[in-house]
Write a protein that binds this ligand. Structure first.
Ligand code: GTP
Ligand code: MG
Length: 127
């Protein structure tokens, strides 16, 4: 499929704040810094659509991108960012889990792993 348009729609802290949507949605999860945001930019051919960083913990909200005005890609905060407090990590995990389990138009979740590393605790927990 050719991606003709890819635009940022909005960010949300948790499931309750997610925008209403009837479009099929596809989300990326994985540990912080695994490359979720970079992959969205690669797939859409837009280098700066999703914000990326060499420092973990860049994506802190649930970010929605409209593709071809008919479906959506969703960039999620990563887990296991050690420099965040345990309480904040826990909030992220609860918000991401809430989205993954409660979002009605979510069609598919892509769980990214770093092939150079053993799975981390969060990988196994999210599977
Ligand atoms: N070697 C390598 N580096 C990559 C690849 N994809 C992304 N990176 C680098 O990995 C770093 C993290 O990328 P991000 O896309 O911001 O990671 P993220 O999973 O969105 O991280 P959070 O937002 O913290 O959850 C950046 O420095 C990227 O340039 C890849 O395929 N190979
Ligand atoms: Mg990110």
């Amino acid at each position: 499929m050719k991606i003709e348009t890819a635009t940022f729609r909005t960010s949300a802290l948790d499931l309750e704040a997610c925008p209403p949507s009837w479009q099929p949605e596809f989300a990326f999860v994985g540990r912080s810094n695994v490359g979720k945001s970079s992959l969205i930019n690669m797939l859409t051919g837009k280098k700066e659509l999703a914000k990326t960083s060499s420092v973990p913990g860049k994506t802190q909200l649930i970010n929605f991108f409209d593709i071809n005005k008919t479906w959506s890609l969703v960039d999620l905060p990563g887990y296991g960012y050690a420099r965040l407090s345990k309480a904040k990590q826990n909030d992220f995990n609860i918000n991401v889990s809430g989205y993954l389990t409660g979002r009605e138009n979510l069609k598919h979740v892509f769980a990214l792993v770093d092939s150079r590393m053993e799975p981390v605790e969060g990988d196994l927990a999210f599977y």
